[in-house]
Design a protein around this ligand. Structure first.
Ligand SMILES: Cc1ncc(COP(=O)(O)O)c(C=O)c1O
Length: 361
């Protein structure tokens, strides 16, 4: 089978087709180098240019200020769940805001490293909402405040950069990185495993404010110390060369074909609206998991009236080449992940199918 399906997987997820085509075209030899990206030295000119271009693209797309480092690391966001508190806690207390499962997983790792205060936790309503300012109980003088901008499993997303006070703001942006503009200057650290919106599995992008680097203790293992990655420009050890190359191609695509993150946000809003409209007009047949104000542009989560109907829905979707729609086991139901690379035509096909399924079963 060479024809592509619409892949609604939560990540690894669809990549833009022009990116895949360019990677395929240049896989045997990068133009001008006569070698595959899979064969070049991470200290050579070819990769140096790729890494510099990926960083420059990210800086341009997100308007990253000059006092921030852009780093490429490995170990996924799960490693950041440990590295963030290892590097930034410094014996103080950090605040964690839990709006879904990933925040809970981040908290579990942070607790191994020191004193953590749960400043907000919506688990009682199975993570279907966002906090109001009054709901968040912050610690005066906290080392940092950690939150998850988009909870991939529940489909709950902060609609904009939140304000959680004066402590450095740390954001797990894994599943909505580059889905819209961000005011980077409001953050201490942003991290995102690339495999949803930025590239393939294996590379994690970090944007780290320079003054926080001094917090990393020499006593940390070398590979777990941000200061080493800053000092060596992400080449402390061999970086995920191919992953960074794909991040470069994805960010080329965002800058070129899409025209920047404001445009991407507009497209994402339009795509998400197509699905939420079907849910809202279904007279309760489809029930969204997230409260309307917390709805994610990236992961649309909903249920059907029964498990049998859900199975039938999934089988019918597959026949239409709409795949990977099964929700996470902790929430159940359906999850349509519609990251940047999901074309509008894919979302239209799903919306049409949802409306037909509701009418005809
Ligand atoms: C919001 C969020 N954080 C963290 C992770 C964990 O990422 P990784 O598997 O790269 O460690 C995921 C993975 O899907 C995620 O969606």
């Amino acid at each position: 089978m060479t024809e592509r399906v619409f892949n609604f997987a939560p990540g690894p997820a669809m990549l833009p087709e022009p990116v895949l085509r360019e990677a395929q075209r240049d896989l045997l030899a990068l133009p001008g180098y006569g070698m595959s990206i899979l064969e070049v030295s991470h200290r050579g000119k070819a990769f140096g240019e790729v890494q510099a271009a990926a960083e420059a693209n990210l800086r341009k797309l997100l308007g990253v200020p000059s006092n921030y480092h852009v780093l490429f690391m490995q170990g996924g966001s799960r490693l950041q769940f440990s590295m963030v508190p290892m590097n930034l806690l410094g014996g103080a207390t950090a605040d964690y805001i839990l709006t879904g499962s990933w925040g809970k997983y981040a908290l579990a790792e942070a607790k191994r490293e020191g004193q953590i205060n749960v400043a907000y936790d919506s688990s009682a309503s199975n993570y279907d909402r966002l906090p109001t300012a009054a709901d968040v109980k912050l610690t005066p003088g906290a080392a940092f405040v950690h939150f998850t901008s988009n909870e991939t499993i529940q489909g709950v997303q902060f609609p904009a950069d939140p304000d959680f006070g004066a402590a450095p703001l740390v954001c797990d942006a894994s599943s909505d990185f580059m889905c819209r503009p961000m005011d980077v200057a409001r953050y201490g650290l942003i991290y995102a495993c690339a495999k949803k919106n930025a590239g393939p599995a294996g590379v994690t992008v970090l944007i780290l404010r320079d003054d926080l680097v001094a917090r990393s203790s020499d006593k940390l293992p070398g590979m777990l110390n941000y200061a080493n990655f800053v000092k060596e420009n992400s080449l402390y050890n061999t970086p995920p060369v191919f992953g960074i190359y794909i991040v470069k191609l994805v960010t080329d695509w965002l800058l070129g074909e899409i025209g920047g993150l404001a445009k991407m946000q507009q497209l994402n809003r339009e795509k998400a609206k197509l699905l939420y409209d079907v849910i809202d007009e279904s007279e309760g047949f489809y029930k969204g998991h997230a409260q309307p104000a917390a709805r994610s542009l990236m992961n649309v989560t909903f249920r059907l009236p029964s498990d049998e109907q859900q199975e039938k829905f999934l089988a019918g979707a597959k026949q239409r080449r709409l795949v990977e729609l099964k929700g996470h086991r902790s929430v159940g139901g359906i999850r349509a992940s519609i990251y940047n690379a999901m074309p509008r035509t894919g979302v239209e096909a799903l919306a049409t199918y949802m409306a037909e399924f509701r009418r005809n079963g």
